[in-house]
Design a protein around this ligand. Structure first.
Ligand code: G3I
Length: 408
């Protein structure tokens, strides 16, 4: 006689398991003294109700960043004509949820409208246009933003200034001018310099620190350095290097934040890549945890479904902590564990057979520090279990009894 476990019987009866939303990345971050754990989002995704349900999950997200709708092309498409509709949609959503808003961004070389890129500028006319843009946008969002990314990506990889319209026409003074204008429009909002590849020691990180010093040398306020952290699985800087690089910024009297974290891989994803990704996420979040002046972490959207990565890096993707079907990946557990959270496997089984719907929610908890992945049939939970609590792709951690959950 074949013995079937309770979970096998449920599956055999057509009862479909799915992972329920658990608590939560922001809850854990705040418990550690951080201000938030958050995510970027974008207006087109807000028509997806399942997506919005998780975006609204304040256990996971205490902060939101608009991925596109506060940029220059969105807010001032025609000179001195401002459109805030899409940015306001996201600001209102954050406000309704009680989520902090990181505002992004004021001055960048990308996503500029053609009147800026094709205009004929002198130093004086471009400074006037820059000040007008910043004053209008910051004034509109005054009181709504925790922080503004005032200047975004001003540096080349070797630490020299990027030859943007801003730098070529105004010189490095465009940076303190931008920060001073933002500070005048909203004295209370935190003002950040934001860039990528400044999360680890090297010429670019040194140059970012020099930008902080430059702005301070003008007697102008700068409050933070945003570390974007667009990384590649298996190639992320060590936790200690990330923490020591954060320390070089905080030593200048500014805070830091991880502002756009995602960790991409060459597709297809494998269990090994997902496990490495979990470790990589854990290291970056862990560096923030270890750094008193690191106020929070933002992922650059939470689901692979809406990640910017595949359209930019051909053949790469799977960069977010949730997959394209909104299932949590091992990276979720890696982040939660780094935040000191308890790895909790919650499974919900729902049956809609026989005209009635039964719902059974079972929870198994452990304080596992493992970031591994359990294979099909492997143990993934139970009282005293310290092994992996996440199952390989395609399998669900399913409760059997108080001492044993299994990947089925
Ligand atoms: O708005 C147009 C739409 O009218 C058009 O039909 C469509 C067709 O492709 O394009 C739309 O614009 C796209 C825009 O996002 C808004 O969806 C652009 O093509 C697309 O290139 C743009 O990508 C954004 C990218 O910045 C631009 O550089 C990503 O969504 C956004 O996530 C990304 O975010 C940046 C941060 O701001 C700064 N750090 C790097 C990060 C990733 O690139």
């Amino acid at each position: 006689m074949v013995h079937l476990s309770a979970s096998s019987l449920l599956l055999a009866a057509g009862i479909l398991p799915n992972l329920a939303l658990g608590a939560g990345l922001d809850t854990a971050a705040v418990a550690l003294g951080k201000l938030y754990f958050g995510t970027a989002t974008d207006n087109p995704e807000l028509t997806d109700t399942a997506y919005v349900t998780q975006l609204n999950n304040t256990n996971d997200f205490g902060q939101i960043t608009p991925g596109n709708s506060q940029k220059w092309d969105a807010t001032e498409p025609t000179q001195n004509t401002f459109t805030f509709t899409n940015g306001d949609t996201i600001a209102k959503l954050a406000e309704a949820n009680g989520q902090k808003l990181r505002c992004h961004n004021l001055v960048w070389h990308n996503q500029l409208p053609s009147w800026v890129t094709s205009g004929t500028w002198t130093n004086a006319t471009l400074v006037a246009a820059l000040k007008n843009h910043i004053t209008n946008v910051v004034t509109h969002y005054k009181g709504q933003c925790y922080a503004w990314d005032v200047v975004n990506e001003a540096l080349n990889e070797d630490g020299t200034y990027r030859t943007s319209l801003w730098y070529e026409t105004i010189g490095e003074a465009y940076l303190p001018i931008a920060f001073a204008t933002a500070a005048a429009a909203d004295p209370d909002v935190k003002l950040y310099y934001n860039d990528y590849n400044i999360e680890y020691s090297g010429s670019k990180a040194t140059a970012a620190a020099n930008i902080v010093k430059l702005i301070q040398s003008y007697g102008v306020k700068i409050d933070g350095v945003g570390l974007q952290a667009h990384f590649i699985v298996g190639s992320t800087p060590s936790k200690s290097n990330q923490a020591s690089t954060m320390a070089t910024y905080t030593a200048l009297g500014v805070e830091v934040a991880i502002t756009e974290l995602d960790i991409r891989m060459t597709l297809p994803s494998t269990d090994a890549l997902l496990a490495q990704q979990s470790t990589d996420y854990s290291n970056t979040v862990g560096a923030c945890v270890e750094t008193e002046g690191c106020v929070g972490v933002t992922i650059w959207d939470w689901t692979d479904k809406y990640s910017w990565v595949p359209s930019t890096f051909s053949g790469q993707g799977a960069a977010c902590p949730w997959d394209e079907n909104y299932a949590k990946k091992p990276a979720y557990t890696g982040i939660l564990t780094a935040l000191g959270g308890t790895a909790t496997a919650t499974s919900t089984t729902t049956s809609a057979t026989g005209g009635s719907t039964t719902s059974t929610t079972t929870t198994s908890s452990s304080t596992s520090t493992s970031t591994g992945v359990a294979a099909h049939w492997g143990q993934c939970g139970g009282s005293g279990w310290t092994g992996p609590t996440v199952c390989a792709t395609g399998y669900t951690c399913t409760y059997s009894n108080a001492w044993y959950s299994q990947c089925l």
